[in-house]
Design a protein around this ligand. Structure first.
Ligand code: NAP
Length: 476
């Protein structure tokens, strides 16, 4: 049996014991992991710095975000609303007559997490996918990313030790390495779901593999995203140069290796933003996270630059040099390949003449993680905002899409190809991916989970006979 299949088998054996732990108990375990990572922050940051070339300040910030995220998921499962506990007492007078029905969410079992290349902490071994699965009681097997093997191994050692010291069942957290082991993991009989952050191509292959299994399982992929930005003529006239500075900071942040990088910016013809942007483009050739990402960047950018009608406004010289491309709306409409995501420090300005031309371009866009609107306060943006909400997981008014807060209301998802699901991979509701609803009909009290007992012994928010009820004494 492959290492991956053995790991899944081991995880499946301990899944019921892990699921049986209370939310507060699992929160305590997540807190232990966070404490262990914080205690070794200097060493973790040093290893990650050597492997990824990411600056120390960025890595420190990312590690702090990662440990805060672990604690936040602990708070989510301690509070308990995530269980969606719902009690409908029997009502023979209802139409049709109603039996006693009680519904809640339960952990699905072992989850595979494919770590991302571009966040060695926050979307890797102890990142959001791992934290949200462990939080709700699902064992995790991480397929580590080859872009930061030392960081992955070090993090995994700390996570495993923290869980062991906290008394977690042995086998709730494991890792596997290598492409083939990743495939074995997805194919393992007892696996219940896969969470993934990476390329559209790799994600699509794994999605198809999950579906082709004898027993298909859900695949939660965070894939490609263009993150379009619309700048209205009024906003450009009022603050075009400031918008250029903001855009330059956002598309070059982390050398453009963010899933939320603004890759397409729709500007009015003759914009002040376009005039000012080249001055903010950083010279030089950054080292990208992996050789494959560097190659993908150079070839994707050069392919876009070679489209007839596309101009190189700034950069573009070296293989990994930050670059600004520009084209008219007509060029984009004739060459839809200009909409292909290029991972790295490039953004494409597309000039529109009037509202009709802007709308025509907007209609060509696929789903994205984010869409951003820069308009003036007195403009009526209702129609544009509504259109954006139909195609993006997060709609920003002002600001820039890079930087994803971890909070109760966050949504980091969106229509295909941003994701293949309706769920988020960041924020409190990321846990929903690893839960399955069950309704209990006319169950004796002894057969019901505590979350559904009449006296609400867990002290969690619940809907009882249609009314949302907050506990007198909240859990925690
Ligand atoms: P990737 O190539 O999709 O790889 C991600 C993970 O999936 C790795 O563990 C990889 O294994 C595995 N994998 C890839 N293709 C597979 C396949 N056909 N079958 C089974 N496993 C497969 O992503 P990456 O290495 O992080 O970066 C490459 C590109 O992904 C970037 O240029 C960018 O376009 C995109 N990306 C997107 C995001 C996002 O947030 N949406 C984040 C990072 C990267 P091995 O590495 O072992 O081959």
């Amino acid at each position: 049996m492959s290492h991956a299949r053995a790991a899944v088998h081991r995880a499946a054996r301990v899944a019921p014991a892990f699921a049986a732990l209370s939310g507060a108990r699992r929160a305590e375990l997540l807190g232990r992991i966070a404490d262990a990572l914080d205690a070794r922050a200097d060493e973790l940051v040093a290893v990650a710095g050597q492997e990824t070339d990411l600056p120390e300040a960025r890595l420190r910030g990312e590690l702090a975000r990662t440990t805060a995220q672990l604690r936040k998921f602990g708070a989510v499962v301690t509070e308990g609303a995530y269980l969606e506990a719902t009690v409908d007492h029997a009502d023979p007078g209802d139409t049709p007559p109603r039996p006693d029905l009680r519904r809640m969410l339960r952990p699905i079992g072992p989850v595979a997490v494919f770590a991302a290349s571009n966040f060695p902490f926050a979307f890797s071994v102890a990142g959001g996918d791992t934290a949200s699965a462990l939080a709700v009681g699902c064992p995790v097997i991480v397929k580590t990313h080859p872009g930061h093997p030392g960081t992955s191994a070090f993090t995994a050692t700390l996570v495993a030790a923290a869980l062991a010291e906290g008394g977690a069942p042995d086998g709730v957290f494991q890792t596997v390495e290598g492409f083939e082991e990743g495939l074995e993991l997805v194919d393992a009989d007892e696996l219940e779901a896969v969470a993934f952050t990476g390329s559209l191509r790799g994600g699509r292959a794994l999605l198809d593999r999950c579906t082709a299994r004898e027993r298909p399982i859900p695949f939660y992929g965070e894939l490609g995203s263009l993150n379009p930005v619309v700048v209205t003529p009024d906003a450009d006239a009022a603050r075009g140069a400031a918008l250029a500075a903001g855009l330059a900071g956002s598309f070059q942040l982390g050398d453009g290796q963010f899933c939320t990088k603004p890759g397409l910016v729709l500007v009015p013809e003759g914009s002040a933003l376009e005039a000012a942007l080249p001055d903010s483009v950083v010279a030089g050739e950054p080292r990208m996270l992996t050789p494959a990402i560097a190659d993908g960047y150079a070839s994707g950018r050069d392919r876009a630059a070679a489209i007839p009608g596309v101009e190189v406004l700034a950069g573009g010289g070296g293989a990994t040099a930050p670059t600004v491309l520009a084209a008219d709306a007509a060029t984009l409409l004739a060459h839809r390949e200009l909409l292909d995501e290029v991972f790295g420090p490039v953004t494409v300005l597309v000039r529109y003449r009037d509202a009709a031309a802007l709308q025509e371009v907007l209609e060509t866009l696929e789903g994205s993680l984010t869409m951003t609107l820069h308009a003036e306060p007195e403009e009526d943006v209702t129609g544009l905002a509504d259109w954006m909400a139909g195609r993006a997981g997060r709609v920003l008014f002002g600001g820039w899409p890079t930087g994803v807060a971890v909070s109760w209301a966050q949504h980091h998802g969106g229509p295909w190809p941003a994701t293949n699901t309706v769920f988020t991979s960041v924020g409190a509701t990321a846990v929903r991916r690893f839960l399955r609803p069950v309704a209990y009909q006319d169950a004796p009290a002894s057969a019901l989970p505590e979350a559904l007992h009449d006296d609400n012994p867990l002290g969690i928010p619940r809907r009882v006979d249609g009314v949302y009820v907050l506990p007198a004494t909240p859990a925690g």
